[in-house]
Structures are given as structure tokens and as C-alpha cells.
Design a binder for this molecule. Structure first.
Ligand code: SAM
Length: 245
């Protein structure tokens, strides 16, 4: 289907999709489709559930507090992102939202907020951040939605770090040094680690230095804000090892 001629609305649904499958709508979804977007019965939308690719669906019931769609045909298969986790220390609300949105757009498979020694916040609203990831996938044409984890302590995560997962440790103390080539390990599980505004503590640096899977990386001669660093690191990784090549 040519997207220019087809429906523009993309909706993430938590319901299995398949030929002729009916999808019940939540109150919020019904409000958005029928109240905001003014769709009525027979109108078309694109839906995805994060597992079954993207489907063209038709409105079969348009109510005020609910409704239903029916799958007509698959328009795109599921496209999984590379096996990349983004670990980052939450910062201010708007900037944390930005990091989650960009991580979903740029192809992270999992988003892991981590509490480091210098992290200011000790809680996050996981449900709100997950909703940002869903919205980003709806906007960017993704068929997969990365899971946003609850906040967990970095030291505990590193204590059980998977043996086969490489870690691109974005280390501000290396700023100005050469950025090492990270290619040569394509197709393997990876993670990127971005610190908080205060950077990493000496203890965290020592812990990371002792982790064989960790590779310290410079992101150039300037100290970037954490949100900028997350986007820069993902760009670097996607170009060298991800699905941009
Ligand atoms: N307060 C720290 C300082 O002045 O050195 C800066 C922390 S920076 C705002 C937040 C995070 O972004 C860092 O912990 C690091 O993960 C990443 N970062 C920023 N600039 C970087 C660079 N040039 N090289 C590597 N990582 C960088």
C-alpha cells in the first residue's frame, strides 16, 4: 500500500492482530479516533501490536466510550530492532522523556533507566515513560515498542551483567580522546551506558574498568548533556553496528 494514499493514523494496540481479527478499543483510543480524528464506521487506520507487524484495519463500531476495528490486511511485517539496550540515568522530567522518545525512534530494543551514585531522582513514572515509547513508535512508523524497565540500581545491574552483552560505556573523562572503533562485533548483544549530569563516581568507574564486556568510549571533544549524549551514542552505534548500514 502506498502510505501517501493510505490512512495516516497509526495506533498501537495491546491485542493480537491477524486476518479478520476484531480489535476492541479502549475508551481513550475511541476518544482519539472518533472524537479527535473524527473517524466513523468504515474509516481506516494502521495498527500494530509490537509482535504481528502493521495491519490495515477498518472501523466496525464507533462508540463514544469504546468501539472496535477489524484487521483487513497486513501492510508490513514486524521489523525487530537490533539487540541494543539503552542504560541511562534519569535527569529532569522533560529531558528524560526526550531520551525515551529518541531511544524508541532510533531503534533501542530495551530502555533501562538506572540509578547511579550521582543520579538526582530516585523514582520514575514507568507507565508514563512507556507511553512515550509507544507514542514514538506510532509516530516513526515502527512496528516494535521497546520495553521501559523500572528504575534499577546500576551496581546491581552490573553485578549480573550478561557474559555475552558488550557495553559501550560513554565516559566523559575520555572527552577529547579518540573515539575507538566499535565495529567488528556486529550482530552481538550490546548496551549503551549514559551517566547523569554529575557523571560517574570513582567507584562506578572502577567497577566498569573491571567488567570485561565494557568498552569506554569518548563522544568527542566536548562534554555533552546526557540527552544529547544518548542520541550521539545511539547514532554512532547504529552507524557502526546497527540497522542503518
Ligand atoms: N558532569 C560531568 C562532567 O562535567 O564531566 C558531565 C556528565 S555528562 C553531562 C552526562 C553523561 O553524558 C556522561 O556521564 C557520559 O555518559 C555522557 N557524555 C557526555 N559527554 C561525553 C563525552 N564527550 N564523551 C563520552 N561521554 C560523554
Amino acid at each position: 500500500m502506498n502510505m501517501r494514499d493510505g490512512p495516516k493514523i497509526r495506533l498501537y494496540v495491546e491485542h493480537p492482530l491477524g486476518d479478520g481479527q476484531t480489535i476492541p478499543l479502549t475508551r481513550d483510543q475511541a476518544h482519539y479516533l472518533f472524537g479527535v480524528m473524527r473517524l466513523s464506521e468504515g474509516g481506516q487506520v494502521l495498527v500494530f501490536d509490537g509482535q504481528s507487524g502493521e495491519w490495515l484495519a477498518e472501523v466496525v463500531d464507533a462508540g463514544k466510550r469504546g468501539g472496535a476495528l477489524r484487521c483487513v490486511a497486513q501492510t508490513r511485517p514486524l521489523q525487530m530492532p537490533p539487540d541494543l539496550w539503552l542504560l541511562f540515568a534519569p535527569i529532569k522530567k522533560a529531558r528524560t522523556d526526550f531520551i525515551v522518545e529518541k531511544a524508541a525512534e532510533m531503534g533501542a530494543a530495551r530502555i533501562c533507566p538506572v540509578q547511579t551514585e550521582f543520579t538526582n531522582s530516585d523514582r520514575i513514572r514507568q507507565d508514563r515513560l512507556q507511553a512515550h515509547a509507544v507514542e514514538a513508535a506510532e509516530q516513526c512508523g515502527g512496528t516494535f515498542v521497546p520495553h521501559v524497565d523500572d528504575l534499577q540500581r546500576l551496581d546491581r545491574l552490573l553485578a549480573n551483567w550478561p557474559a555475552d552483552r558488550h557495553l559501550m560505556f560513554c565516559d566523559e573523562s575520555l572527552s577529547g580522546g579518540a573515539t575507538p572503533a566499535i565495529d567488528g562485533r556486529k550482530g552481538m548483544p550490546w548496551a549503551i551506558l549514559i551517566g547523569p549530569e554529575g557523571g560517574f563516581s570513582q567507584a562506578e568507574r572502577a567497577r566498569l574498568a573491571g567488567l570485561p564486556q565494557a568498552m569506554p568510549v569518548s563522544l568527542g571533544p566536548r562534554i555533552l548533556r546526557a540527552d544529547t549524549a544518548a542520541v550521539a551514542a545511539m547514532t554512532l552505534w547504529q552507524l557502526s553496528l546497527g540497522d542503518w548500514a
